[in-house]
Design a protein around this ligand. Structure first.
Ligand SMILES: NC(=O)c1ccc[n+]([C@@H]2O[C@H](COP(=O)([O-])OP(=O)(O)OC[C@H]3O[C@@H](n4cnc5c(N)ncnc54)[C@H](OP(=O)(O)O)[C@@H]3O)[C@@H](O)[C@H]2O)c1
Length: 349
């Protein structure tokens, strides 16, 4: 197989190289999968530089999210959920490769009609946003939801989920292109949060379009950036502020008197830990997401302004992700399925 294997840390993604390695044999407890697409994540950039909290022992293959086809089921499994040929997506260390071994609990079936490219970006973003909005913030029909960095990976998932639950969405994003993308995915309003008066803009929208306590601001804030302090200026009575991440790179400190005075809740979410502490919710969340997909209320968010084909394009894809110019999920097509369908193989490109 071919893979991006690290034997030492690198300075940045452009130093990554594709190497030839033995293809794994079928395993007693893992599926052997042929990868068609791999999703990129910011933590991949940290991991290749040795700056992430989970650093596997050398040598290791980078990448975490993938979609592909089952080649072999676990040899010791009596009743495997998937069979050879099934299309699956999942998350496991070693996704920047043509093949991977992955346990059953890290895999899900590719939704009907979805491309590998879109499925490769689903495993982390969709449940984070669904778990946050539905299970932690109890989003309801008629709520107003403020989604920060709405054109990012978790942001675009949050916009779609909030809309599907009957909420009105105010999206924030740093460029006109990203604000347009957030609207294309359903946001009702889009606000430039690089303008320091953005909380006033959100408040004005609520004053103009809401009634009663809602005139003061939104009911839910979805924050993957680190904007809680500022967001407290434009929330309604009983608001829930979801702490999802710190993409801006700073862990905020918040004046708790404002939490009391406004009668609001700060709500954390650590999706990855649900598999350890609350397994039953993992299944409920995925059923909710698959329901939205089957109703046509949730679609893939793969970045389309530029294409990344072949493992050799992983460095370029990670570089683009790090530049903050992309939107949605940056996905690498390890196999170019469109070209294969039209009879052009990778080696002929
Ligand atoms: N809590 C959980 O369980 C969980 C799960 C998944 C992800 N996360 C976290 O959620 C955050 C977002 O993840 P994601 O996958 O949506 O990432 P992403 O696709 O890279 O999007 C992040 C967005 O943050 C905005 N941003 C603001 N300041 C930034 C800065 N200084 N550098 C880079 N981006 C900045 C950018 O939008 P603009 O250009 O529009 O500002 C960017 O599009 C990450 O911190 C991630 O670790 C948490």
């Amino acid at each position: 197989m071919r893979a991006i294997q690290l034997t030492e840390y690198v300075k940045g993604p452009l130093d990554l190289k594709v190497t030839e390695l033995p293809t794994p044999s079928p395993s007693p407890d893992k599926y052997l999968i042929e990868i068609h697409s791999a999703g990129t994540n910011f933590f991949d950039l940290l991991q290749i530089q040795g700056k992430y909290q989970q650093q596997p022992p050398f040598p290791w293959i980078s990448g975490m999210e993938f979609a592909g086809t089952v080649l072999a089921t676990p040899t010791a499994a009596k009743n495997p959920r998937f069979k050879p040929g099934d299309r699956v997506f999942g998350a496991n260390q070693g996704a920047y490769a043509t093949h991977i071994l992955a346990p059953e609990q890290s895999l899900l079936p590719v939704p009907e009609g979805w491309s590998f490219e879109d499925a490769a970006g689903l495993f982390v973003t969709a449940p984070t946003s669904y778990g946050g909005l539905v299970h932690r913030a109890n989003v309801q029909q008629g709520d107003w939801v403020l989604v920060h960095a709405a054109a990012g990976g978790v942001g675009l998932a949050a916009v779609q989920i909030a809309k599907a639950r009957g909420a009105t969405v105010i999206a924030t994003a740093g460029t006109e292109r990203k604000r347009q993308i957030a609207k294309d995915f359903g946001a009702d309003y889009a606000v430039d949060y690089r303008d320091k008066n953005w909380p006033e803009v959100v408040k004005k929208l609520c004053e103009e379009h809401r009634t009663g306590n809602g005139k003061a601001g939104v009911d839910i804030v979805y924050d993957p950036v680190g904007m809680i302090d500022q967001s407290l200026k434009c929330v309604a009575w009983n608001a829930r502020l979801l702490i999802i991440g710190f993409a801006a790179g700073k862990i905020e400190k918040v004046a708790l008197n404002r939490v009391l005075l406004k009668n609001v809740s700060l709500v954390g979410l650590h999706w990855g830990q649900y598999a350890h502490f609350e397994k039953e919710t993992v299944g409920t969340v995925w059923r909710g997401i698959f329901d939205l997909i089957s109703q046509g209320k949730f679609r893939g968010t793969a970045f389309k302004d530029e294409s990344f084909v072949g493992l050799e394009s992983v460095p370029r894809a990670l570089n683009a992700l790090g530049s903050r110019d992309t939107w949605g999920k940056v996905v690498v097509k390890v196999v170019d399925d469109d070209a294969s369908k039209s009879g052009i193989t990778q080696s002929k490109l």
